[in-house]
Design a protein around this ligand. Structure first.
Ligand code: FE2
Length: 295
């Protein structure tokens, strides 16, 4: 079958071989689209900020399509590719305006595959404070797509568990960790989708060059000033335990970690033979097509 794919959308292809997989599966990962839709229903300071943020992305898009237009085209690409599943790994919207949320609702109605949505720090943040209270207050806006705390959604597709974890505050709670350990204990292969990558030494330099701070989960090499500027607290004990779990054999049949947040592509092992795939942002027309095949 010949498909007419959008020529501007450029998926990275990732092939993962899984022993005993019953059937091939294709999953499209979409991340960091940063929609900036906003209208008069928001307060003036939010509208002003939205105009600024729109121009930030417009400058990177060189006067091309809006971030919302690219998001729509990424969803159409998911439909055109007829993938088995689509996963959204955070910062799909740049702030939780009513216009942004309604845009998501309209587009998700057109998406043919099942999907998982996990939030990034921008999904729930207007400006000001990146606190757990601000996140908790915004969560009901996403209720249609994410069920409830502890922010760990699990779907099983063709014998593979897809886990969408909310680590958008750079932390993982004991409840989230327990849910993942329980899924891992089944021995079934699983993929982990989350917004913020785990710290890897090979990722460090590129992240700091781009952002001026080690904005990764479990990074310990922050200085006090950048921690304060980014409003990232020191790593919780539960988060440290989770990072050690991922890096060890304890994480069992995990077959990949997929994230975004830092806005570039990067692949490296977090454990012998198991890779973290950082995916470039949707607002640059990129996404990741994951093909699972039997080994
Ligand atoms: Fe982002």
């Amino acid at each position: 079958m010949v498909m007419n794919l959008d020529p501007q959308i450029t998926p990275q292809q990732t092939i993962i071989r899984i022993p005993g997989l019953k059937q091939p599966l294709t999953i499209l990962q979409i991340t960091d689209c940063h929609l900036t839709e906003c209208d008069e229903r928001e307060e003036i300071d939010i509208r002003t900020e939205a105009v600024k943020r729109t121009s930030v992305f417009a400058s990177q898009l060189a006067g091309g399509p809006s971030t919302a237009d690219l998001f729509d085209r990424l969803l159409r690409t998911s439909n055109d590719l007829q993938v088995d599943f689509t996963v959204f790994t955070g910062d799909i919207i740049d702030f939780p305006s009513q216009a942004n949320i309604e845009h998501l609702q309209r587009q998700f109605d057109l998406l043919r595959s099942s999907y998982l949505y996990t939030v990034g720090n921008h999904d729930w943040y207007f400006s000001g404070s990146f606190t757990d209270e601000v996140r908790a207050a915004a969560y009901p806006k996403f209720r249609e797509w994410i069920s409830e705390t502890p922010g760990c959604e699990i779907r099983t597709v063709g014998g593979v568990k897809l886990i969408a974890l909310d680590n958008s505050n750079y932390q993982v709670t004991n409840d989230q960790f327990a849910a993942i350990k329980q899924a891992a204990a089944t021995g079934e292969p699983y993929l982990l989708f989350m917004h913020i990558p785990i710290y890897l030494s090979s990722l460090q330099q590129d992240v700091v060059d781009k952002w001026g701070a080690p904005i990764m989960m479990g990074a310990s090499n922050w200085n006090a000033a950048s921690r304060e500027a980014w409003q990232v607290r020191t790593t919780d004990p539960s988060t440290s335990r989770f990072c050690r779990f991922l890096a060890s054999e304890e994480s069992g049949n995990i077959r990949g970690i997929f994230c975004g947040h830092v806005h570039f592509n990067h692949i490296d092992a977090f454990r012998a033979g198991r890779y973290q795939y950082v995916t470039a942002p949707g607002f640059t027309s990129q996404c990741r097509l994951i093909k699972l095949i039997a080994e």
